[in-house]
Design a protein around this ligand. Structure first.
Ligand code: SF4
Length: 182
């Protein structure tokens, strides 16, 4: 398993991520406050996406799912913004980060390096242009649907701290993270 993870980590590094670490699932702190941010519609996707609350399930159910895994691969990308109001830059950074996550997931699936895994990203699932949740239809690509660390109530700052990763990467930057539990 170690050499498989090493080769996956090499692949992730080759995609240009800024920070990468293996974390222990027992180090994840779950906090309802992060989930409440979803419920307060802080990113505008509450009740609009299959991979967001409330469709995704309660924080207790999601925590139980996450705790079935032992480890996780946490990676971070950092993007420069023009200023702290650079919404376009933030969106572009998140989109670029998500493209990297998709490449990682394609690699995991094609190499079958991990038998079971749970990927978590930032924000809602954006695999389809428009989530079918909005039309009251079932998810079109359940094997591609990805939820977020926020929906699972994961304290990202504490997790990054636990593995020596920096959370804030300087003035006018956006830092995006993904976590793949395995
Ligand atoms: S795969 Fe498509 S339909 Fe399913 S959650 Fe993601 S965006 Fe929505």
């Amino acid at each position: 398993m170690t050499s498989a993870i090493d080769s996956l980590m090499s692949f992730i590094k080759s995609l240009g991520v800024d920070q990468l670490a293996v974390i222990a699932v027992e180090d994840i702190q779950f906090n309802e406050d992060f989930r409440k941010q979803c419920e307060q519609n802080s990113c505008g996707s509450y009740n609009k996406n299959w991979m967001c609350p409330p469709a995704l399930g309660s924080i207790e159910e999601l925590k139980e799912q996450a705790l079935k895994f032992k480890q996780g691969l946490l990676f971070q990308t950092v993007y420069q913004l023009e200023d702290s109001f650079d919404y376009e830059g933030m969106q572009e950074g998140t989109e670029n980060h998500t493209k990297i996550l998709r490449k990682v997931l394609d690699n995991i699936k094609s190499t079958k390096i991990l038998k079971e895994f749970l990927p978590l990203n930032v924000g809602p699932c954006t695999f389809c242009g428009k989530c079918t949740f909005l039309d009251g239809k079932e998810c079109r690509f359940p094997d591609e649907a990805v939820s977020s660390v926020e929906a699972y109530g994961i304290d990202v700052m504490a997790l990054e701290k636990s593995c020596g990763m920096s959370y804030n990467n300087g003035k006018n930057t956006i830092s995006c993270i993904s976590l793949i539990l395995f």
